[in-house]
Design a protein around this ligand. Structure first.
Ligand code: NI
Length: 252
C-alpha cells in the first residue's frame, strides 16, 4: 500500500470521473490519500471528499497564490475545519516568488498566520515553497515547534540538511523522474528514507512515462521506483517506509 500525501482531487480536471477514479484507488494499491486544499472553494470541497471517502484525509490552508482571500472569517473557518477528526495538517501554505501575483510581504504575513494556526492546534504543516528558499527557511526558524513537510522539495542539499535537522520531512513528486531533475538525486541520496514522503500533486506534475498528462495517485509507483533506485532499496521497501513516515507525521 502506498500513502499519497499530496493530491488535489477537488480540482475541476477530475469533475468527469472523480468518483470512478477514487473508487479504484484501493485496488490500485493506494491505501490512503491526503487531499490538500489551496483556495477558498477547495477548503469546502476537501471537507466533502474527506467525509465521503474513509481513506481520504484533509489538509486545510491557503496556497500563497490565493492568500489574497485570507481574512479573519476565513481563518475562523479554517480553524473549524482543522479541528475535524480527519483533518491532518494545515496546508498547503507557504511562499511562491515565481509569479508574485501576491506581493511578498502579503504572502509572508499569510504564511505566518497559518503557521501560528498550526502551532495553536498542534498540527503539522504542508509547505509549498517555490523560489523563496531563504524566506521559507526563515519562517521555519521563526516557528521551531512547528514541523511538517516541504512538499515537492526543490531546494539545495544544504537547505534539506537544515530542515531535516529541525525535524522536517521532504516530499518528492513526478519531477524527480524528469531528465532535468539535476538536484533531486543528490537531495534524495542525502535524505534518510525515514524522512521521505511520496506525493503526486495530482492533477499536476505527472511522472515519466506519463509526463504532460493529467496526474493521479496511480502514478506513485513511478516516483517510488526512482526513490528506490537512488536509495538502493526495493519499491516495496520505499512504499512501506514512506507509509510509516506519513502515519507518524500526520498522526494516523
Ligand atoms: Ni499542491
Amino acid at each position: 500500500m502506498i500513502f499519497e500525501t499530496h493530491a488535489h482531487y477537488d480540482d475541476e480536471k477530475f469533475d468527469e470521473d472523480r468518483a470512478e477514479l477514487l473508487s479504484s484507488m484501493q485496488e490500485n494499491g493506494i491505501g490512503r490519500i491526503i487531499n490538500v486544499s489551496a483556495n477558498l472553494e477547495s477548503l469546502e470541497n476537501t471537507r466533502k471528499l474527506m467525509e465521503a471517502y474513509p481513506f481520504i484525509y484533509g489538509a486545510f490552508g491557503l496556497h500563497p497564490d490565493d492568500v489574497g482571500d485570507l481574512n479573519e472569517d476565513v481563518m475562523a473557518r479554517m480553524r473549524e475545519l482543522c479541528r475535524m477528526e480527519k483533518a491532518v495538517a494545515v496546508g498547503e501554505i507557504g511562499l511562491d516568488y515565481h509569479y508574485e501575483d501576491i506581493p511578498r510581504d502579503r504572502q509572508q504575513a499569510a504564511f505566518r498566520a497559518q503557521m501560528a494556526l498550526a502551532l495553536e492546534l498542534n498540527l503539522p504543516v504542508i509547505v509549498h515553497e517555490r523560489e523563496a528558499h531563504e524566506d521559507g527557511l526563515r519562517m521555519v526558524e521563526e516557528f521551531p515547534e512547528v514541523t511538517g513537510v516541504f512538499h515537492c522539495y526543490s531546494g539545495s542539499v544544504e537547505m534539506a540538511r537544515e530542515l531535516l535537522r529541525r525535524g522536517w520531512y521532504l516530499g518528492f513528486d513526478g519531477p524527480i523522474t524528469y531528465k532535468n531533475a539535476a538536484k533531486a538525486p543528490e537531495v534524495i541520496a542525502a535524505c534518510p528514507a525515514e524522512r521521505i514522503l511520496l506525493e503526486t500533486d495530482s492533477p499536476y506534475l505527472a511522472p515519466v512515462p506519463n509526463r504532460g498528462k493529467r496526474n493521479d495517485s496511480r502514478n506513485l509507483p513511478f516516483i517510488a521506483a526512482r526513490v528506490a533506485e537512488i536509495k538502493g532499496m526495493t519499491i516495496d521497501q520505499v512504499a512501506e517506509v514512506t507509509l510509516q513516515n506519513g502515519k507518524k507525521l500526520f498522526d494516523l
